[in-house]
Design a protein. Sequence first.
Length: 160
Amino acid sequence: MARLWLIAAWLCGSVVLAHAAATQPANPTGRWYTADHSAVVQIAPCGKDLCGQIVGLADVNQTGEMPTDWQGQPQCGLTILQTQPQTAPDGSVIWAGTVLDPRNGNVYQATLALDASRHLQLHGYIGLPIFGQTQTWEPYPGRTLAGCKLAANEQGQGKG
């Protein structure tokens, strides 16, 4: 009888764990090439939210100089995304928050979502989402080196 009870408990636990795994938000953590391939942004947990930080810059390799932000500070290490999970009207999970344009300091509302091919869809907007633009970011499979440099054999990888 005890053995039957253990089997039943194991089966119930498996169902609960499978349901929990199925309801986890589509998490966009990882390294992403921006739409224009000028930067690599690493999205990682920061508390209960997700933050995106510049970890690679194509310009560093081409000019040898570090691109700066609107305040004259190096873009390397700059946090440009801050988001938290939300449920979209269709029931899918999106990450909503803000995105910073490091060139001019403008901050926009933003949503992040993974599409079916696991590309990141970043939609930045002012006021209402209809007044915005969506960019597709590709996963970055390469390495970044000290000083936000991209490994030489990986510059422009995936650029099309």
